[in-house]
Ligand binder design. Structure first.
Ligand SMILES: Nc1ncnc2c1ncn2[C@@H]1O[C@H](COP(=O)(O)OP(=O)(O)OP(=O)(O)O)[C@@H](O)[C@H]1O
Length: 251
């Protein structure tokens, strides 16, 4: 990240979770998060891993303001989103949070260009065409502006979804299993595009994944088990990640 980009950042923390608990009520309440504290620096690329049911999706939706914690605080940049009213939170999310989903979630009747611009249009801002062109070129989709999502391969659709997530220059981009619907070679290319583009623009990214190769593209891996953060691996190889996951599976 350049020093100019760093100076643009309001704080040294892009995402902060403080003692976050999430309990799903019911006859047998599920304690999906049991006191997670995690701080992510601006420009960092973090993977969240853990066994099935360990709380990864709950962590992502709580950190992204799609769901509210039962207790604890969630900060995005300077903003404590746990205190925002529902409509203020929706407005905040449109500008400050980008999403990449496993199923791409592009709008089929809109062009590639319109899909990329959609979050800012919804937020009531006039989109910057030059920035859109630059981003589409950065993800390897230059010249596809007028195409429809149905005319794209899975890997191409996910590249467009990455451009869309970055378009509002959000504080953080959350990606939930972004390569889950792709074959492993295409998935590896797409995660590299996400990594390279995030680096180029100093974007903070959080990726939930089951794939050690995706996790190996991250600066660090946050390992969850049974609703708790049990480890942070820094710049791990895919083999190191796979070995750590095996120890959890055997626990
Ligand atoms: N809406 C919900 N209502 C009740 N329980 C839920 C709900 N969502 C998740 N859970 C439970 O919370 C726990 C954590 O689920 P979560 O989806 O966060 O795990 P995960 O690590 O993302 O799993 P996976 O890898 O299988 O997607 C699980 O026991 C799950 O059954």
């Amino acid at each position: 990240m350049t020093s100019a980009q760093l100076q643009d950042r309001p704080t040294a923390t892009a995402v902060g979770l403080h003692e976050v608990h999430k309990t799903y009520p019911g006859p047998t309440p599920v304690h999906a998060l049991r006191g997670v504290t995690l701080t992510l620096a601006p420009g960092s690329f973090t993977a969240v891993m853990g066994p099935s049911g360990s709380g990864k999706s709950t962590l992502l939706s709580t950190a992204a303001g799609l769901d509210t914690p039962t207790s604890g605080r969630v900060l995005i940049g300077d903003q404590d989103i746990s205190t925002l009213r529902a409509d203020d939170l929706t407005r905040f999310r449109r500008r400050q949070v980008g999403f990449v989903f496993q199923a791409y979630n592009l709008v089929p009747h809109l062009s590639v260009a319109e899909n990329v611009e959609l979050p800012l249009v919804l937020a009531g801002t006039r989109p910057d065409r030059q920035w859109r062109t630059e981003l589409l070129e950065a993800v390897g989709m230059g010249g596809t502006e007028q195409r429809r999502p149905t005319e794209l391969s899975g890997g191409q659709a996910q590249r467009v979804a990455i451009a869309r997530a970055l378009f509002a220059r959000p504080t953080v981009v959350f990606a939930d299993e972004p390569t889950g619907a792709l074959d492993s070679r295409t998935g590896a290319q797409v995660v590299q595009v996400l990594r390279d583009t995030a680096d180029r623009f100093g974007q903070t990214v959080v990726v939930v994944t089951h794939d050690p190769h995706v996790a190996a593209a991250a600066d660090s891996v946050a390992v969850l088990a049974d609703g708790l953060l049990v480890d942070r691996l820094h710049s791990p190889t895919a083999q190191q990640v796979a070995a750590r996951m095996l120890t959890l599976a055997g626990a």
